[in-house]
Design a protein around this ligand. Structure first.
Ligand code: MLT
Ligand code: ZN
Length: 458
């Protein structure tokens, strides 16, 4: 049966939930990467039973499905390939339960990350994973991509908070993994396998998340440097000190000026780099740690200012979260990467990026989660300028090589999706890729779930 027949049948089964008009489905063809596609249809289910019905029919008919959250991914994970049907979770956006006694939240996949944060905060609870797109991205997408964010340096990433999942398999069966306990070691950890599987193994329909107590106090420091290498040395000094900051974010000069050009936030344009550092905890600990971090930064010639009211804190974070959109004002094509190196190699990596930028004559803006060793490297170019675009792609390979030579990884939080699939062989051995493909085959023998993602084309 063709996709058209699947669509006709599912329209009858789920009236009002299937969309095929061009104007209704157009915006489901993009994410925050530079890839795009057009789905054959978009379905908005409202329950696990409906998702299961859709998957069963898709399995029977060989129809290919693409699960989609907020569409904020950076690697094309939710971008539909040709002849695919998008499953979008706007209709499954309930916070099912916040269990204060057990410190657990149960949510549907379409819940916006920030909504859960706000709801928990009212109850003095805290869900740390905070992707830059937290105001728009969904928790289902966060789980599928194992999203991180600035607070990962102290609190870890999404996988560290997922206790259990309800997932619909590509043949319609419902699989429950993990649960609502903080521990559990019965059998293989299928929950961990699902987290970060980029929608290729199952369709997430319910998520059980761990919550923490809300930290009592947060101190926010801005530290600016006239010399890039001083900032890099300060990062290394902090990550090897006895303090684990809540965030340790880095912005180079190109990122600072892109953001200031986009909107005036008041960041110092005369600096080569800045660090946005937060520490949290009880009052006495916060003031002690903030002082220690300030003195570490000063010893590398950093100039410190403390954001002491909510307004200045928010302004700094708004500036940080605006980097990605701001960069598009520099050049139309952004090759955005999220390499990670062992944290002590940050100074070496930043030097290497500078050399690569000079070697290829390209504008490279770097920023990100320096405390994790995770740098968002953005090669700014224009696809239409063939020569420059070729140089950008050559530079990208050099960046990946240099990252791997330092013992790093080519993706810390954005995943592989479409944009990085041709490079996974640089990092993973043939044996790893073949085991991963076998796992995919067990879950999805007909290859109908999020086809074309992660693995290089044969
Ligand atoms: C961020 O940290 O801002 C995001 O991961 C997005 C990006 O890399 O542009
Ligand atoms: Zn990031």
């Amino acid at each position: 049966m063709s996709t058209d027949k699947f669509i006709k049948k599912i329209e009858k089964q789920l009236p009002g939930k299937v969309f095929t008009d061009k104007e209704d489905i157009f915006c489901y063809g993009f994410d925050a990467s530079s890839t795009e596609g057009v789905p054959s249809a978009v379905i908005r289910p409202s329950s696990t039973t409906e998702v299961s019905e859709i998957a069963s029919l898709a399995f029977e008919t060989g129809t290919r499905l693409v699960p989609r959250g907020g569409g904020t991914g950076m690697t094309g994970g939710a971008v539909p390939m040709k002849n695919t049907v998008v499953l979008s979770f706007e209709g499954m956006n309930r916070i099912i339960d916040i269990d204060h006694k057990n410190m657990i939240a149960a949510v549907e996949p379409g819940v916006i990350n920030q909504h859960l944060q706000d709801m928990l905060e009212e109850k003095n609870l805290f869900y740390p994973p905070d992707p830059a797109s937290m105001k728009f991205c969904t928790l289902g997408g966060n789980v599928a991509e194992n999203a991180g964010g600035p607070r990962a340096v102290k609190y870890g990433v999404t996988k560290d908070y997922v206790l259990g999942l309800e997932t619909v398999l590509p043949d319609g069966r419902v699989l429950n993994t993990g649960g609502i306990t903080y521990k559990g070691v019965v059998g293989y950890d299928l929950t961990r396998l699902m987290v970060g599987s980029e929608g290729t193994l199952g369709i997430i329909t319910k998520i059980f998340l761990k919550a923490l107590p809300l930290p009592e106090e947060i101190a926010t420091l801005l530290c600016t440097f006239s010399v890039l290498d001083d900032a890099a040395q300060a990062i290394s000094a902090i990550t090897s000190s006895s303090i684990i900051p809540r965030t340790l974010e880095f912005m180079d000069h190109e990122s600072i000026s892109a953001v200031e050009n986009y909107r005036t936030f008041g960041l110092p344009l005369d600096s080569e780099a800045l660090l946005l550092i937060e520490v949290d905890g009880p009052h006495s600990v916060v003031s002690r740690d903030a002082e220690k971090i300030a003195s570490l930064c000063s010893s590398f010639n950093g100039r410190i200012s403390v954001a002491d009211d909510m307004f200045s804190k928010q302004r700094l974070w708004e500036a940080r979260r605006a980097i990605s959109p701001a960069l598009y004002y520099l050049k139309p094509t952004k090759i955005n990467e999220d390499i990670v190196v062992p944290r002590g190699n940050i100074p070496g990596m930043l030097r290497s990026l500078r050399n690569i930028s000079e070697k290829y004559g390209l504008l490279i803006a770097s920023f990100g989660h320096a405390g994790d060793g995770n740098i968002h490297v953005n090669i700014m170019t224009d696809k239409k300028n063939k020569d420059e675009y070729q140089r950008a792609n050559d530079a990208l390979k050099d960046i990946f090589r240099s990252t791997l030579d330092m013992g790093g990884t080519i993706s810390g939080e954005h995943g592989v999706g479409l944009t990085k699939k041709q490079y996974i062989g640089m990092e993973l051995s043939e044996t790893s890729i073949s085991i991963m493909k076998s796992i995919k085959n067990i879950f999805d023998p007909n290859g109908i779930l999020n086809p074309g993602k992660i693995f290089p084309d044969d």
